[in-house]
Design a protein around this ligand. Sequence first.
Ligand code: S3P
Length: 167
Amino acid sequence: MKHIFLIGFMGCGKSTIARKLSSQLGLPQIEMDEQIVKEQGMPITEIFEKYGEPHFRDIETDLLKRLCEQEDAVVSCGGGAVLRKENIEMMKAAGRIVLLTAKPETILERVKHNNDRPVLNGHMNVEYISELMEKRRACYEAAADFVVATDGKSIEQICDEICNIKC
Ligand code: S3P
């Protein structure tokens, strides 16, 4: 099994890169968040509000388990998918894990007008993003087979880097 899992902080560009990379590699693209919304029939903010974050994490783990058993794909993971060790183990067994990184300032620019990320709602500032990124750093780094820094790079450059890694 050789899935490509794109991981990284919210707003680091996973979905955009997954879209381009999947067409470049001729693999299906899977958006974990989109699939969760579709399957649960409600937005992620509502899942958090009604059932709490641990329940959302259970849904995420369950989806990941199913995805790992399906045909190869480029999977754009939710930013918190690496918070559970079992998720990392499943991804490692099913393919390669590419961590996309970006500066907190870049992240803020990309997410600030969006209110569909419950983890950031009410905390749209560089300080909070930096702190959370720091807290999660060890999880991201433990999961990553490869790291691609995205600041100042075009979508094409980032995808080429990932394709080169793959070879
Ligand atoms: C989350 C990231 C989101 C989504 C949920 C929680 C997180 O995905 O799964 O809001 O904890 O980092 P994106 O990284 O695609 O925004």
